[in-house]
Each structure stands twice: as C-alpha cells, then as structure tokens.
Design a protein around this ligand. Sequence first.
Ligand code: AGP
Length: 604
Amino acid sequence: MCGIIGYIGKKKDSLDVLIKGLKNLEYRGYDSAGIALKDSKIEIIKAEGKIKNLENKLKNVKSTNLGIGHTRWATHGGATEINAHPHKVGKVTIVHNGIIENYIELKKKLQKDGYSFKSETDTEIACAIIDKLYKKEKNKIKVLKKANGILKGSYAFGIIFDDDDKLYAMRKDSPLIIGIGKEENYIASDAPAILEFTNKYMLLEKNEYAVLDKDKVEIYNEKLQKIVKKVHTYAGTKETAMKNGYEHFMIKEINDEPEVFENLIKQFDIKDIETLKKSMPSFKKYNAIDIIGCGSAYHTGLVGKSIIEKLAKIPVNVELASEYRYKDNFSNKKTLTIFISQSGETADTLAALRKVKEKGFDTLGIINTEASSIAREADKVLYIKAGAEISVATTKAYSAQVLMLILIAIVLGYNEKTVSKQVANNILKDIKMLSNNIKQTIKQEKECKILAKDIYKAKDVFFIGRQIDYSLCMEGSLKLKEISYIHSEAYAAGELKHGTISLIEENTPVIAVVSDETIEEKTISNIKEVKARGANVTLITTKKILNKYKNADFYDQSISIAEDNILIPIHIVAILQLLAYHVAKQKGLDIDKPRNLAKSVTVE
Ligand code: AGP
C-alpha cells in the first residue's frame, strides 16, 4: 500500500537515495510523503500530496549518512502532513507499510502511561510501543521482537533510534527487501525502487529483524538467532521501469505487450503440445480448478474459466479473494487452486492462499513480481514475465495472465483428451504469432482515441457482452472507472432487460463486445434493445463478425480486430485498455496514479 525506503552509507547520499527511491515507490501510494535524516540529531520533513511537494521543501536540507522515507496510501487518518510518515515518539522514528489492527486499545493503554499523540495514525501508536519497550530493554532487536508480539496486523517497519547510527527493519506480512551496496545498504518495499543503486537484495521473511550498518547487514530470525540470507539479483533493468519516451507508464506498458508475450512463452518449450506439457507443472491429478484473485486478477480468472471449461471440460470456480477467505469452500485434494496476482503481495489473495494451504490442498501462483510473498508461499509458481508494471491500472500483466491461463487450458484439454494433438498444436502456432499480431491491434490506438472523444464527457457508460465477452467487459469497465473516474458498469447482455435497461436514455454510451460467434446473435438482439432506447452503441468485435453486419443499424461505430482464434480476448482487451487510456487522457487526469488507488493492496 505504502512505500518504504531507507539508506545507510559511507557517502552522505541519503537525500538522493530517499527521494529517487520514493519516486520509484510512488505507485504504491501518493497522498503524502516524508523523510527523516539522522546526523547528530534527527530532522523530519513531511508534505501532503505527491513527492514533488516534499522535494520543494528540501532546498536547504543537508544530506546525511542515514535516513528513512515513506510515501503514503492513507488507511488511518486523512492525507495530511501531520499523518504523513515518518512518525517520531520519544527516541524512536519510524516508517510503516501496513495496518496495526489493535492500535485503538494500545493507544488507550499508552495514554494511561502518559503518551500523547499528534496524528490519527496507527503507525504513531506502534512507534510509541517501541519507545516504551526501549525504556526498559536496551537490546534493540529484543525490543522489536517484543513489539512484534504486542502489535496485531500486517506491517513492515523502517526504524532509527536517537542514540544509534544504525538502520533497523522488521517485517510481518507487508513486503520488505534489504538492498546490498558497496559501503552502503538499503531497505525498500520492492527491489525496483533501488535498482539505480543496486540490483543485489535479500528478502526479509515474516517475523525477521534486520540491523543495517554502512558495511554490514545482520538478519535475525524470530528466535533472534543470527541467520545468513541468500542474496538475490533483480532480473529486470532500470529501463523496464522507465517510460521509454511514452507520456505515461500505462501506454508504455500496453506497448510492452508484444515483448511480454515473447518473454512469457520463452520459458516454455512450445514446439508442440508434448514439449509444452513437459515444461509445465503436471495437472494430471486435478478434476476441478478454483481461481482466486482481486480486481483485474479476478477478471483474468473469469476469462480463464471460459477457456479452460471450453477446452478441457473441467469445472472452474472463480472467486474474489476478499470473499473467498471468509466463506466455506468445497474444494478437495483433486482441486487445484490457482492464485493470480501481479504484485504477489495483495493481502486478501495472500490470506486466501494460506487458507487453502492450511487445508493441505495444492496451490499454484500465476504471478508477475518475482520472489513476492504469494510466489514464495504457493506450492508452485508460474511467472508471467511482464517486467515491472508501474501504472496502477494493470494492462500487460492482465493480458499475460490470460495468455498463461490459455497455455494451462491447452495442456489440461490435451490431458483430458478433449483437445487433440492437432488442435493443440494449431493453437500453439497461433500463440507463436501472437507477439506479432498484437502489434496490429495496438496500432488501432487511433480509433480508440477518436472513440474516446465521444465518451469522455459521459456520466455513465455501460459495457455489455455474453459469456467470455461479459468477462472482458468487466475488465474494460474497471479500466475505465479506475483511471477516468466515469461511472461504468459491465453487464451480462441478457440481464439488462431485468432492470438496468431503465438507465439507458438518448445517447447513453454502450460498449458492446461480441467476439464469441456461438452467442453472437443473442448478444446482438440485446444490443438492439439498448439501441431502441437511444443508446450510442460502440461495437467491439472481430472483422469476421463485423463483415456480416457491415451496414447494420444496431451500432453507431465499431472497432474490429483481425484475430480469429482462441487468442481473441487478448486483442479485445488491448482495445479496451487503449480506450480507457484515451478517455482519461481526454480528461487530462493523472493516468498512472489515479486518485484513491495504489498498485499493490497490502492491507485487507
Ligand atoms: C487493476 O488495474 C487494479 N490495479 C487492481 O484491481 C488490481 O488488479 C488488484 O488490486 C489486484 O492486484 P494484484 O494483481 O497485484 O494482486
């Protein structure tokens, strides 16, 4: 949710590292930010809003050898300077990512002990707990362990003490890495944040504590035994986390899709179905699949359900992680539960994974962020290799997740003998062409731009489709909502006449997705129903279907894709991604950092 950064080094570089790191972490939360610099004393500077507001306050600030920084996505207390991190109580200064669930009861106890608080945050309470413990116990690692025993919730902390020139960190559930440099070391919420300084990092696991000095890092496990950690090398390059000349990360990441699909399929041998099957995990023992995710990851699951059920005739149950974790589930040992997550850190999806693991059922993660929590805790993981995705609105990761599910569906279908070798190999032929063919679809950006001019002033927009098209509409609608702030709804086309059609009036924009020929006519009859009530209909379909309705009067404009095979959803969603992008662009909005959102939702 929030972004944490910390620096300790021989060179007085903290200011440069903290600000550059916070800018790289801004997609995690951007309603306020702050830094604390430690020299002979601790100087804290905070500001409301984006990092640039903080930067404007740093003109006369001297850099130091030690500092911590934070960019915030408010959970407790408004987006104000007072509530911004770092927070300092007594001898302790802290930055925090996560939520302290028992902060209210702790606050009451601390107030009885004479503590008073400036902010409305849960973090200041955690800071006071550490300060109170530090009054009695001078071994700082023991203090952090005790605090970990008192605090409830999910958290990662960066901590500095008044009387010490070291950087401390601890983690429970929220992500935190330790960056390893030459005569300097770092803490950060993720590796790309410090990539311009080092690509060497260690992963801090749950209930582990770190003490960083200029030239050494000590890690302690939950029994406070000193442990040696593996040093990982981050695969991505700084460039993958840059805009490469595009105006926004979102449009850059849509244009990354050809290369992303190349990278994804490269990790498998897709010469033919037999080689693919060998290069994939075995799915032989499963006769049912559960797919779990949040937001767009959930929508990916819905598309995967249609394709797996179509090819393999295996029942697929798709669930929202935030619902799944609190309800009875009827899976069993023959059910494979697939967890989809770009960040690999989404709290609800992580908790759902732990629930299934507790039951001893098999879990598979379809993940983008390497070595993330869900990737590490799932029994098996398939990486989608989309590279760093910075824009809050997911695009390339969504599409790569759909491609991964299509590969899994082919293998399942082949295992179940519902897909012949010939059919499987033909689909693999299409997949080998995908990276090229998607470029043609992305070139239709100009048509999306024109269409966006008709839509950007709308108050409401409706997306309608049936079956897999309905699932695609759900993603199209979410994309539009999250970056353009226009209210939109995705609807199963056959459902409209049961109520919602009352909202359709003269010129109401309706985006109708028709790519599945098996139900094309049914969907078109529903389109005619909204057209008859004055809707302005945009038809998004395949050239093959459009050719049948060249001069039909049930749509006002159309965008059609050339692809005509099982990969159609990946092309259709690229159009929906481009449309949402250009609507938000017409409105001049902050496309990569939409209000109220964050890239990785690490709180429940
Ligand atoms: C999508 O554009 C949003 N950023 C959001 O719905 C996202 O898909 C959801 O929070 C899940 O994130 P994850 O894939 O990182 O788990």
